[in-house]
Structures are given as C-alpha cells and as structure tokens.
Ligand binder design. Structure first.
Ligand SMILES: C[S@@+](CC[C@H](N)C(=O)[O-])C[C@H]1O[C@@H](n2cnc3c(N)ncnc32)[C@H](O)[C@@H]1O
Length: 395
C-alpha cells in the first residue's frame, strides 16, 4: 500500500517523546485521533506541532483492542510492503547466521528487537514455530510463513499462539500446524546434547531457548551434588550432568516434562533423578532433612506477570532463593534466574542480598547473564531485557 492510502493516527506530545526516546510503543492514552484505522492496519503516526502543522513520525501497527495501540515499525515515512518485510526478516536471519553455534535450535526473530513488532519465530532444526502477538503481525501470518520458507528453506510451520499475551491484544488463543506435518516431538542438538522438543505441546514454543547459553555455562561450572529446581525438561540439569555434576536431581511440577528429561538423559547416557512436586514444599522438605548441594539452579516461571503482582512475586523470589542458599554447601554455586520483566536486575540482586542475610551466608556475584544473544535487547526498549540469570557463590 502506498503512504497516501494509510490511515493517519495523531498522538500526543508525550507519546511522541516516548518514540523519540527509542521506545517503540504508544499507549492508548496518548492517541488523540485514530484516523479511522482498523485493528491490524499499518498506519502513519503523526504529531500536531505547536504551529498546528502535522509531522509524520513513523509507520506502526495499530490495535484498538490493546493498551499498546501503536507499535512502531519504522521511523519516518516508509513503504511497508512485502519487500520491506522480506528485508527485515533477512536482516534478522543475517544476525542469526553470524551468531550461529553448533545448536540446531535458536530464535530467528525476536519481535520489536528485530524491528518486526509482535512476531516471534523459533527454529527447531527443520521446523519453525511462530507466535504473532499483536494484531498487525497476526494479519500477516500467511506472509511470514511464505517469506520464512523462501529465506530458510524450512517448510514445516507451527503456530503457538496459545499464550495469555494474546488476550491483552483481543486475539484468540490458538495452537496447531500452519503448514506441513509433524508426527510428534523432535530431537534436536542443543548444547552438545540430543534434546526432545515438542513444538505442538511443549511449554513456550517447545523449549526455553533464551536460557540455552546459560544451560551451557552451568554445565561448565557443574560440581558435586546438583539440584535443578523448576527444571522443565532438564535444560540446566542435563547440562550439569554432562559437565560432571553427580548426582543430579531435577525438580518440576510437570510429570510430562520430567518424563522427557529422563528419556533425554538416557539417550545421552547421563544419570539424573527426578522429583515431581511443588518446588516450595520440596525445598522446605530438603532443608528439614538437612540435605546439602554443591550446585543449585533456580529457574521459576515469571512470578510477576504484571506490576500489580510484584509485591507477592518478591516474596516468592525471596523464599526460593533463601531456601536454596540454606541448602548450599559452603563454596557452593547458585545459578538463579528470573524472567519477570517487572523485576529489575537491581531489585533481583537486592532480594538475593536479603535472602543471603536471612540465610546468614556471604555471597559473591560471579556473572550477570541474560538471554542468549539471538534474543537481542533493543536499547530504549526495556521490555526486551526480561531474563536475568545470576551466578553466585555462597560461603
Ligand atoms: C521457566 S520454566 C523452567 C525452564 C527450564 N529451567 C529450562 O531452562 O528449560 C519454569 C518451570 O517451572 C515449573 N513450575 C511452575 N511452578 C512450579 C512449582 N510451584 N513447583 C515446581 N515446578 C513449577 C513449570 O512446570 C516449568 O517447567
């Protein structure tokens, strides 16, 4: 579509300031006139200057149903057509080609961070899993499949739009095949191990690709008796076992995830024990029994899904970290993560300090880590810096 045919959405001075500071979203309270745009449209974003003249700020996806009414695609005037999106995808793929390691899985497109608002594309060997998390990305679903097939040669596509984030956009939750067939779970090489991924039924798009470099790092540092809490299919635990940790216990509330972890351990000739249960109860029980570990990983789900939930989330983070610190041998390693965007790294470290005080332990911070580099952070867009993974040693 030419620029002339696009609806024009006028935003407030505050909204314009936000965009010029590098943040790609405009919230509903900053929209002055929607120019008759329909959810899913690409629109021209403009601001009325003091002189009364209108100035075009950029092109964006529009969604009337969402608090995030506009998601900036490009600053200034640009023709947002198929060729434009092809270039954007190509740019994202070039980065991944540069970052390539021996893993057969990784993130190809990380939404706003790659300049493609709302689109997530994860590759598991010969399968691509898509999430379209805003109305604009949703409308172009067919086009993403065609372009990604053209650019990667992959012809099997799965949709994992069964995520609560879609509800906030007024979009239905849905999962299934978009193209091709998938008989069941796949085997992919990750961190030197053969891992099972179920793109249709696993958590997220099948696995926690954002943690894959942290899994590997944990394996390099593994020592002695290890505990992987909130293990899912053993991303940390299997790496710990491969790195020489023994014995390794995986703990999760999902028996299905643990079943897959046991099968993967066997196919990689590794030994792990699994425990199905509520991490809070099991950690308390281990402490009461006087158990000790040399290495503990904590990787809970996001306790703070929104700002309002932060207060109780802080209590949850503190409790599991306190219990883990009490279970650590002197000199033991704690690899602790939080994927709550609302919990800043400073606040997370503060909680760890409080937990260390209560546990009467001294703690050294060895590394501050984040998501794997194929989940790049977009400067000016803190929402893309959600995963924190700290490596600590406790005395
Ligand atoms: C962020 S995922 C873990 C990802 C995993 N560590 C990895 O790197 O692949 C969180 C996991 O916690 C599990 N979980 C959630 N609440 C739990 C609870 N109260 N007790 C035990 N497991 C829980 C979920 O089943 C999920 O597998």
């Amino acid at each position: 579509m030419t620029l002339k045919g696009l609806p024009r959405v006028t935003i407030s001075h505050r909204g314009a300031q936000r965009l010029s500071a590098g943040h790609p979203w405009v919230f509903s309270g900053d929209v002055r006139d929607d120019g008759g745009a329909v959810s899913g449209d690409v629109v021209l974003v403009q601001q009325r200057r003091r002189s009364g003249k209108l100035r075009v700020l950029g092109c964006a996806f529009f969604n009337r149903e969402s608090m995030i009414t506009l998601r900036l695609i490009e600053s200034g005037e640009a023709v947002i057509d198929r060729a434009f999106w092809r270039r954007r995808l190509q740019q994202a793929l070039e980065l991944r080609a540069r970052l390539a390691d021996e893993d057969q899985a990784g993130r190809l497109v990380f939404a706003e961070s790659d300049g493609i608002p709302g689109l997530i594309a994860d590759r598991y060997h010969q399968v691509i899993v898509l999430q379209t998390l805003c109305a604009g990305a949703e409308r172009l679903r067919r086009q993403w499949v065609e372009l990604l097939q053209e650019l990667t040669g992959v012809d099997t596509f799965v949709e994992r739009n069964d995520t609560a984030a879609r509800r906030l956009e007024g979009l239905p939750e849905r999962a299934g095949m978009l193209q091709g067939r998938l008989a069941g779970p796949l085997q992919v090489r990750l961190g030197g191990l053969l891992r099972t991924i179920d793109p249709l039924a696993g958590q997220k798009t099948g696995g926690y690709l954002d943690q894959r470099h942290n899994h590997r790092r944990a394996g390099q540092l593994a020592r002695g008796r290890c505990l992987d809490v909130f293990s899912y299919q053993g991303g940390f635990g299997l790496s710990l076992a491969a790195g020489g940790g023994t014995p390794v216990t995986l703990l999760d509330q999902s028996e299905r995830a643990l079943e897959i972890a046991r099968a993967d351990a066997a196919s990689n000739r590794l030994q792990v024990e699994t425990r199905c249960g509520n991490a809070f109860d099991v950690l308390r029980g281990l402490q009461q029994q006087g158990q000790r570990f040399h290495t503990i990983c904590l990787d809970p789900p996001a306790f703070a899904k929104n700002k309002r939930a932060l207060e109780s989330a802080l209590r949850g983070y503190k409790e599991i970290n306190l219990r883990a610190l009490k279970l650590l041998e002197p000199g033991g390693l704690l690899i602790t993560s939080s994927c709550s965007y609302h919990l800043s790294v400073d606040l997370f470290e503060d909680i760890l300090l409080q937990a260390a005080r209560d546990a009467r332990r001294q703690v050294q911070l060895l590394e501050r880590r984040g998501a794997a580099s194929d989940h790049p952070e977009r400067l000016g867009f803190p929402e893309s810096r959600y995963l924190k993974c700290l490596l600590l040693r406790a005395w």
